[in-house]
Write a protein that binds this ligand. Sequence first.
Ligand code: LMR
Length: 396
Amino acid sequence: IFGAIDMAPRDPILGITEAFNADTNPQKTNLGVGVYYDDEGKVPLLNCVRKAEEVLMEQRAPRTYLPIEGLASYDKAVQELVFGADSAVIQEKRAVTVQALGGTGALKIGADFLKRFAPDAQVFISDPSWENHRALFESAGFTVNNYTYYDPATHGVNFAGMTAALEAMPRGSIVVLHACCHNPTGADLTAAQWEQVIAIVVARGLVPFLDMAYQGFGSGIAEDGAVVRKFAATGVPLLVSNSFSKSFSLYGERVGALSVVAASHEEAARLLSQLKRIVRTNYSNPPTHGGKVVAAVLTTPELRQLWESELAQMRVRIKEMRDQFVERLKLKAPGRDFEFVRQQVGMFSYSGLTKEQVHRLRDEFSIYAVDTGRICVAALNSKNIERVIDAIAKVL
Ligand code: LMR
């Protein structure tokens, strides 16, 4: 049965890490995957995580199964983070949350759930979007379309194109929106633009699926989450996937969640029962460690404060790297305008580098980026930036 199976292509993002790992050049730099590295080029272990883990280690708790929907204290803390503890959806018990295997796992539970109950709906993702969105919704059985989003000429959002695309979607279509820190472009909507998008989504009866993998990396935790709360306040059916991979630097623990907002508490109970079925038939129930760490940090005031300040430090360092990127490139590549990199938010910049330039960076300098020209600004640091800028100037 295996003889005729073709070789699958490498993953467009994680495949870069595979190639990077195989590169023996000691000066290699990975600007491919969306991972935050500190100024030493290391993935940080946050102090809030370390402290929460110390307490957990002392407890030496047995590793029983978690409930199918995950740790109750985690699901509650996530809901409060995502919607706000005082939000109507929580007060009225209309939101259900299941712990998921990172943001990707949350998207997959949501996709499988939607396919089961809205099998004929079409899915719309931004053009461009995170490389895995299309593959993930297609593998759940959906037809996936693009909606206009990025304007390469301005390096910002083609908002007129986006609203026209939303207006043209069939009722009941599922529209995947990046809540903040758009991946891959780093180009976000303004608050006023979000208001317009929400109005169209509501008026046209679209089903919003908000993907929030980078909360806290744009303007702040509350600011970045504001759009989720605005959507929730409209009362439309809503799905939200969120991830703590980046904001807690817990990549390998696979900690995320899917939240779904229903019309009533009774409806929410039915939705949860169905979400549990999907989890049970995929991986039964989620792992304990990451969920326990995140729940402890979010619900312990000192740890929560520490987390917020550590996340702010990461956010500020990325902004500093954006500034340096622009300033240094101004000197090394005069006549080229990279000012837009300063305006983009989150971990990424859609740099405008062509596929050929990206390949030259890799082949000649061991600097790895996504073929689309997406670079992870969070992988730049005071030690590697000069070399990266020199290389970019050369391939330009
Ligand atoms: C990315 O876009 O690089 C991250 O979200 C990591 C991933 O899973 O692709």
